[in-house]
Design a protein around this ligand. Structure first.
Ligand code: NAP
Length: 341
């Protein structure tokens, strides 16, 4: 039996990854998920009866139960607040046993250069061709602190191999057991609903790559399956970044495309669409959601993050899902009415 430990099963990315790994029916795989709250175990146990073991540590990643599970695991898939959480990175690094594969989740916010906010940039980072650039940045790049901790594991424990899955903006409703909605697009919809207006953040010329959650989930399952069938096919450690994308849109194109469903579902009226209003300023955002939020999102929604998933495609991964524009009506509907299934 191969013991797979997964974090973030109640989240959007981890839940989708879990669902797809189970759907792959990989022989002799024993799946355990680590939660920090007993109350969220029921939907997981109900969806995968007798297939997934749930373990809870109320002190979250500091709980001795998490260290114990890490010590036992043969494969670890880390997707629970993974990109910025140092406690889990340290516990994994200290307790991971020899010969294990760690599949960590970061994000392509690492590609953003804050001197280029609001600008149209044609450069795309390829996870194979540009790997040395991606792994040589300083700590000013988001998620780098944790990415470095993950990359260091192999240096201190050479029999451990690491992969960093690095998704861009993820869209679509996931098939996971608990949280099924993403972050960036739902937040734009929330802001529109709260202020009765849909606005750009600056010029809107900057752009991000994007991908459907089902296509992200598929990559995790392919990585696990490939590891068990022929680990030599995987890029690992300082080569082991896997981007995952299905196209790219500018913030202007994305936010403008939200005007139609927002008006259709009466979240905003037709006088308050992005083409008729001035963009948000950081001060406007501070008034609506406070300083911390304003600083973070005034950067994110004016940043560039353009990625090319060469390594995933070399493993046979291909995006199969619809594009981001085709999911915006559903995203607004789900925000207003919740999920129907
Ligand atoms: N969504 C995106 O578009 C996107 C894109 C790129 C990268 N990512 C990265 O993917 C990872 C997961 O994001 P997500 O969208 O799935 O977020 P999410 O839906 O908010 O899920 C977060 C998950 O992490 C768990 N968690 C948080 N803090 C924890 C702790 N201290 N101990 C144990 N579990 C903890 C949550 O458990 P509870 O249910 O108990 O809260 C939940 O299962 C993050 O690192 C994120 O940066 C996301």
């Amino acid at each position: 039996m191969t013991k797979l430990l997964l974090t973030g099963a109640t989240g959007y990315v981890g839940g989708a990854a879990l669902d797809r790994i189970i759907a792959f029916n990989i022989p002799d795989l024993e799946v355990t998920v680590f939660l920090r709250s007993e109350s969220k175990a029921a939907p997981i146990l109900a969806k995968y009866p007798g297939i997934v073991t749930v373990k809870v540590g109320k002190a979250a990643y500091s709980d001795p139960e998490f260290s114990r599970l890490v010590k036992e695991a043969d494969i670890i898939v880390h997707a629970g607040d993974s990109s910025d959480d140092s406690v889990s990175a340290d516990v994994i690094s200290t307790n991971i046993k020899d010969g294990v594969l760690l599949i960590h989740t970061s994000g392509t916010y690492i590609l953003s250069d804050f001197t280029e906010l609001d600008q149209k940039i044609s450069r795309k980072f390829d996870d194979e061709r540009d790997i040395e650039t991606v792994t040589s940045w300083g700590l000013e790049h988001p998620h780098r602190v944790i990415d470095i901790k993950i990359l260091d594991i192999h240096k201190f424990k050479p029999t451990v191999n690491t992969i960093i899955v690095c998704p861009p903006l993820i869209y679509g409703v996931s098939t996971g057991p608990v949280n099924r909605v993403s972050q960036q697009i739902p937040l734009l919809i929330q802001l529109a609903a709260e202020t009765k207006a849909n606005r750009l953040f600056g010029t809107g010329h900057a752009s991000w790559s994007n991908v459907h959650i089902n296509d992200v989930a598929e990559l995790y399952a392919i990585l696990v399956k490939t590891y068990l069938q022929d680990a030599s096919k995987l890029a690992v450690n300082d080569q082991g970044y896997y981007f995952v994308e299905n196209g790219e849109t500018s913030w202007k194109d994305l936010i403008s495309a939200l005007d139609e469903p927002l008006v259709k579902y009466k979240v905003i009226d037709s006088q308050h669409t992005s083409d008729k209003l001035r963009p948000w300023t950081e001060d406007d955002l501070k008034e609506v959601r406070g300083q911390q939020f304003a600083k973070r999102y005034y950067e994110i929604y004016r940043s560039n993050s353009s990625s090319k998933a060469t390594r995933a495609r070399k493993l046979g991964w291909q995006p199969k899902e619809k594009d981001v524009y085709s999911t915006l009506d559903e995203a607004v509907n789900v925000y207003l009415n919740g999920l129907s299934d």
